[in-house]
Design a binder for this molecule. Structure first.
Ligand code: FE
Length: 373
């Protein structure tokens, strides 16, 4: 972590803000919503319905906000995408929560109706809401102001019931008895939406859900659900076996990176000063500040090569190809742009020094020519 500032979640607490941090993230390929919840006072949090391909994004947000992840939770074994749960457990040591009924591998928090998942001073209540699959769970926030329904109930719709032990009669009971029994004002956060609708409420779905709202009864709902004639989900052959391992990839473990790269929430590959200090002889340190700054009182890293940012595009030929590049500047902002430019130009082994020379110097590493050293 960058040491120059307290973590953002601590600042929220100091400012007396809302005690719950709540982020809704979106995977455009599968229309999946992922939710990050954290207790602001303690910094502990949970992640609901993560997506394997979005792991770097989710992890960088968790790290940037300074959240201690207690558990990654899934609402069910998805058929359309692979969960990022196993990757998140590997990265943070968090628990993996899923319905016990699913019997998936690597689950460390097998959940049943009535269980609670605590994070700091907050918790989620587990309600069993089968019907889309037989292991579907709705997570209800402790004060019943919000519920995370997965595919049991979507905005103006619901998950299909025609595979994975689905049953429309069961889903009818789950929705009417377990979700519509929540307060009318309870906000409902779905597992998916394909048209940009982000959330709803119990009152809205009771009134307007085309399948079971208004005056519809069980007969109407089952009639609707059994006549939808949906195509078989394309991803199920890959997604379901992957989710039965909680997202652990099959076979041996992947490719080692050239360095312990952390991706920022903005999507940038970054390295920490401590790593660079130990490995500076194995990389080219590229300083993109102006010549005046490099020779000025801020100092420079001893072995660095200086190409100012405005000249970088023309002078890329001067960069040695045989070693990875770590790009630096005063605070990590100009070097972030340089890193993006180099990646775009085809340099594969390139990373930004997180926090720049400010952070490097704050952590006690030397700068040649600096008046502070
Ligand atoms: Fe689903």
């Amino acid at each position: 972590m960058v040491s120059i500032a307290p973590s953002p979640i601590a600042l929220l607490d100091a400012a007396g803000g809302h005690p719950l941090l709540h982020r809704q993230l979106f995977d455009a390929t599968t229309g999946t919503y992922t939710y990050l919840l954290a207790d602001v006072a303690s910094g502990q949090g949970v992640l609901i319905d993560s997506v394997f391909e979005q792991h770097d994004r989710d992890l960088s947000l968790i790290r940037e906000l300074g959240i201690e992840l207690v558990a990654t939770l899934d609402t069910h074994a998805h058929a359309d995408h692979v969960t990022g749960s196993w990757l998140m457990q590997q990265a943070t040591g968090c628990a993996i929560g899923l319905a016990k009924a699913t019997r998936a591998k690597n689950v460390t928090l097998p959940l049943q109706h009535g269980d609670q998942v605590s994070f700091g001073g907050r918790h989620l209540d587990v309600r069993s809401t089968p019907g889309h699959t037989d292991g579907c769970i709705t997570y209800v926030l402790d004060d019943q102001s919000a519920a995370f329904t997965g595919d049991a109930l979507l905005v103006r719709g619901c998950g299909r019931c025609d595979f994975q032990q689905g049953d429309p009669h069961t889903l009818w009971r789950s929705i009417t008895e377990q979700i519509f029994s929540l307060p009318n004002s309870c906000l409902l956060y779905p597992g998916h939406d394909y048209t940009g609708r982000t959330l709803s409420s119990v009152a809205e779905e009771k009134a307007f859900n085309a399948r079971l709202g208004g005056g519809a009864d069980e007969r109407d709902f089952v009639g609707h659900m059994t006549n939808m004639k949906l195509p078989h989900p394309g991803q199920i052959a890959i997604a379901l076996p992957g989710n039965m391992r909680s997202g652990q990839p099959p076979g041996e473990q992947p490719v080692q990176h050239w360095a312990p790269i952390q991706r920022s929430f903005a999507g940038l590959p970054e390295l920490l000063p401590s790593w660079l200090a130990e490995h500076s002889s194995e990389v080219t340190v590229l300083d993109v500040r102006s010549e005046d700054e490099v020779d000025g009182p801020d100092g420079r890293i001893e072995t660095s090569l200086n190409i100012p940012l405005p000249e970088l595009e023309q002078r890329q030929g001067e960069l040695p190809c045989e070693r990875p590049l770590v790009v630096v500047c005063h605070a990590g902002s100009r070097s972030a742009l340089a890193t993006q430019q180099l990646l775009k130009a085809g340099f594969e082994r390139v990373a930004n020094l997180r926090g720049g020379l400010l952070c490097w110097s704050d952590e006690g590493y030397p700068l040649i020519g600096s008046i502070n050293h």
